[in-house]
Design a protein around this ligand. Structure first.
Ligand code: GLU
Length: 307
């Protein structure tokens, strides 16, 4: 199969859709992003790479970072992590407070904000006092990507910190229920720094290969997580990776995936490849509008879905 030709075809077909949707305005530093951008990248398990459009442009990976944080937390806490963060789709918006109140401060899954903040809190506990959770997440991404240049965008994290009232509320609510171990302010700061890590579609597709190969990076041969744990992360990406549009994403794309409000989406084809797409304008659920369409076209054209 000529994957570059498929990518070029997709690029052509989605171009008329660029401009639909809205960039994430609730984070002022992201509100200025040009909505017309598009990039798509594929890295195969054997290292072959294909890209179209702005695949080397770095952007704020936002909630895609939750996959890396969750991998580290699952590795550190194993099944104990489920006591703090459950594994069920939420059916609510990514930053909703209502369900968390009803369910006594236990977030539904690690990919909604409350769950990711609880995961971040558990990493802060795990790494202190000698190390910082932020550095460990970044170092982990370096290992996954095979590149040491990736870092976070301070302007974006500060902008989130200034306007992060809802996330601070989620953390406080968990604290009130006893599901929070550290200082709310410092965990939220770490959470925003992790969300503001900047990567390109090319780097993201490379970094997620461990999830396409049972927890072991197929290129460096480094083992990051056990095979059953990799299965669980992929399952959560399929069922919870797109907030309350997770069912629609699974229906249309048929792959485990995770989106971020920066406009990125990564998807995993187990045993074969990882695909990342970047297009910053979002649909009403907070997922890249054109990115979702591009992935839908990809699995339809190639048959490379898990179903
Ligand atoms: N930093 C974002 C927030 O907490 C992440 C949301 C997302 O990417 O979906 O609101």
């Amino acid at each position: 199969m000529n994957l570059l030709a498929v990518l070029k075809e997709i690029h052509q077909e989605v171009t008329p859709l660029l401009g639909q949707g809205n960039v994430a305005k609730y984070i002022p530093a992201l509100a200025k992003t040009d909505p017309m951008q598009f990039g798509m990248a594929i890295t195969l398990n054997d290292g072959q790479f294909y890209g179209v459009g702005s695949y080397e442009k770095t952007f704020s990976i936002q909630s895609i970072a939750k996959v890396f944080s969750y991998t580290l937390a699952l590795r550190a806490y194993q099944n104990d992590l489920y006591k703090r963060v459950w594994r069920e789709p939420s059916g609510t918006a990514f930053n909703s407070l209502i369900q968390l109140e009803k369910e006594a401060g236990i977030p539904r899954n690690p990919f909604i904000n409350a769950g990711a903040i609880a995961v971040c809190d558990s990493l802060v506990t795990h790494y202190s006092p000698d190390k910082t959770a932020l550095n460990e997440v970044i170092t982990f991404i370096h290992e996954c990507c095979g590149e040491r240049t990736i870092t976070f965008d301070q302007a974006v994290s500060e902008s989130e910190m200034e306007h992060g009232f809802r996330n601070i509320a989620l953390a406080n609510l968990m604290k009130s229920f006893g599901n929070f171990e550290n200082d709310v302010h410092s965990v939220i700061e770490t959470y925003f720094q992790v969300c503001s890590i900047a990567m390109s579609a090319k780097q993201l597709s490379r970094s997620m290969l461990y999830l396409a190969n049972n927890g072991t990076d197929p290129i460096s041969r480094k083992n990051f997580i056990s095979s059953p744990q990799a299965k669980r992360i992929n399952s959560l990406m399929l069922t919870c990776g797109h907030y309350d549009a997770s069912g629609d994403f699974a229906f249309r794309v048929g792959l485990p995936g995770k989106s971020g409000v920066g406009g990125g989406i990564v998807a995993v084809v187990p045993g074969k490849m990882s695909i990342a797409v970047y297009s910053p304008a979002l649909n009403k659920y907070g997922n890249s509008l054109v990115g979702t369409k591009a992935l839908e076209l990809f699995t339809t054209k190639t048959g490379l879905s898990i179903f």
